[in-house]
Design a binder for this molecule. Structure first.
Ligand code: ATP
Length: 317
């Protein structure tokens, strides 16, 4: 029998009263991968993760982690997973190293807590009570607590929120190292660069639904109806609102190989096999329409553009 995926979510529905937080979500996470669940605030990322961690029972649908039911088989699953929660996760008065040593002792084959503390840059604040640690230090301690027991899979919710750039890079390194050691990492983030740089696979969710899945390259390359790759994105921002029908008119001017998405009254996105001559044609179109570009730029398509095209909204909070 083939090994079950690290995570299999199938038709998950989760509601809080009238509010549907997770809406018929299905996704899988392969073992040994870093998988990012990317989405804006309130997309349903934390709720999905908490269901995988066994803190919430699915209201509809199924969730399996390492082939086990996280609620019914919690005792079997708990020693095999590591969890970094967004909020809480340590007692407020406990000292950092004390907490790490305590949690290490709960596991059969833990990492050495002192080495891990050093690795996470926590050696200088080992005697500081948790509540007195800075936001970034608390994040690092929570991550150390999640991995000290050598889990097979770690769930990390917004692992680098509030960290400075150096601590973010250290965290990315640690997560990549875990993958190198065969650990599956599932992380939620609303930082596109984090997902793009770290993840083997990205699931983009919005309003509790899966709207796209793929490797960072698959997602950012994308393709148009003719199967051509979306290699570039042109962003156009103008000084006054576009006339009605602007996206259609611009698309007619540029040809069918590109896609035009209007983001708001004054900005739109052109994506497709665009180059300098496309840029020149956009500029000419502005002249014909009597709109003045405030900015016009050509760049590689990134995850932000993918999200914008799919939803018409910005991903960044
Ligand atoms: N305990 C709760 N009671 C009521 N509504 C909730 C509760 N927890 C979450 N929600 C709502 O469910 C939706 C999904 O929330 P969730 O925390 O899962 O999203 P998220 O993608 O993790 O967001 P964030 O990035 O802000 O953490 C949101 O609209 C949120 O307001």
């Amino acid at each position: 029998m083939s090994e079950a995926p690290a995570v299999a979510v199938d038709g998950l529905v989760m509601r809080y009263g009238e509010k549907t937080a997770v809406d018929d979500l299905s996704l899988t996470v392969e073992r040994g991968s870093i998988t990012a669940v990317l989405g804006p605030n309130g997309a349903g990322k934390t709720t999905t993760l908490e269901t995988c961690e066994g803190y919430r029972a699915p209201q509809s649908g199924t969730v399996r982690v390492l082939g086990l039911d996280p609620v019914r088989q919690r005792r079997d699953l708990l020693p095999r997973i590591g969890v970094m929660l967004q909020a809480g996760g340590a007692w407020s008065g406990v000292r950092a190293t004390e907490m790490l040593r305590y949690v290490a002792r709960l596991h059969a084959h833990p990492h050495d807590p002192d080495t891990l503390a050093e690795r996470m840059g926590l050696e200088d604040c080992g005697r500081t009570p948790y509540r007195r640690l800075s936001g970034g230090q608390q994040q690092r301690l929570k991550l150390a607590l999640a991995v000290v027991g050598r889990p097979e899979i770690v769930f990390v919710d917004e692992p680098t929120a509030g960290m400075d750039p150096q601590a973010r890079r250290n965290t990315w390194e640690l997560l990549a190292e875990l993958r190198g050691a065969g650990v599956t990492v599932v992380l939620t983030t609303h930082y596109m660069d984090e997902a793009e740089r770290l993840a083997d696979r990205i699931h983009i969710i919005d309003h509790g639904r899966l709207i796209a899945s793929g490797s960072p390259l698959e997602l950012t390359r994308g393709s148009n109806a003719a199967g051509e790759e979306h290699v570039a994105t042109i962003r156009l921002v103008v000084t006054r609102p576009f006339p009605a029908g602007a996206p259609q008119s611009l698309r007619a001017a540029l040809g069918t190989r590109v896609e035009v998405t209007q983001l708001d009254d004054v900005s739109l996105l052109v994506s497709g096999p665009a180059d300098a001559s496309t840029l020149a044609r956009v500029s000419r179109w502005c002249e014909e329409q009597g709109v003045l570009p405030e900015s016009l730029s050509l760049g590689q398509r990134n995850l932000e553009d993918v999200f914008l095209q799919l939803t018409g909204r910005e991903l960044a909070p």
